[in-house]
Design a protein around this ligand. Sequence first.
Ligand code: HSE
Length: 293
Amino acid sequence: MIKIKVPATSANIGPGFDCLGISLKLFNEIKVREIDKGLVIKGGEKKFRNKFNLIYTSMSKCFDIVGYKPKGIEIDLDTKIPISRGLGSSASCIVSGVMAANEISNSKLSKEDILNISTNIEGHPDNITPAIYGGLTVSILEKNKVYFNKIYIKKGLKFLAIVPDYKLSTKESRNVLPKNIKYSDGVFNIGRVSLLISSLVNGRFDLLKLACKDKLHQNYRGKLISNYEKIIDYCNKSETKGVYLSGAGPTIMVILNSKNNIFKNDIVRFLNNLNMKCLVKELEIDTKGAIVS
Ligand code: HSE
């Protein structure tokens, strides 16, 4: 039996649209093995126990690439990452499927191969890279190949996810983005993303609130999220280090000093007053990425 554990990820981190992502300690775990015939999926939601399951379809694509035909597959799901909430649940399924196929077929694909195959399935690398390598990563696509770098950040931060009780698909959330942006908006983001990375690396956490601002996606997507501006405003006025829309949303991610034990209660009270049903969860940064055992 092969066990694969893949972390949740939070992409974009404000101005780093489609290139930055960070891995967080909330995991999907699967156990997988080749069986004599058919497909057996156990655990998880009933509607995902079929051949359209993203772990299984990703596994099948990888089997095709390496030229292996399994007799049958059994997958046991233990999924903790909320689906379609901007926390990298799709990336986690794709990575675990590709890694499972690699193990079952004994193909000895490198991590980089797994990164490229998974990104090809997902379309962009910003969740896939930290899901595989852990920590904060920057990734770009050049001629269908991913180039990435791990960014080692100063200790002292934790994240807090405000996860609404509704889904928002990446497709829907990308559909509201403009086809073209103003030159000044591009310049706005280049400055902030550079400030964000340098502040995380050298511990200037006081600059993160400013550095999380963005003009490429957050304001457009915010319109799809209930009370978006009120929540962002509240977080910016509180003792937080920064706040941004996680991935394609609807999760709003808050960056906190790791010793901050007050904010969670404050934001829960604030959300209750807005009559919003949300899961509010503090998350540590994961530095290991996906693990096969
Ligand atoms: N960078 C992607 C987006 C992440 O914001 O659409 C979601 O897959």
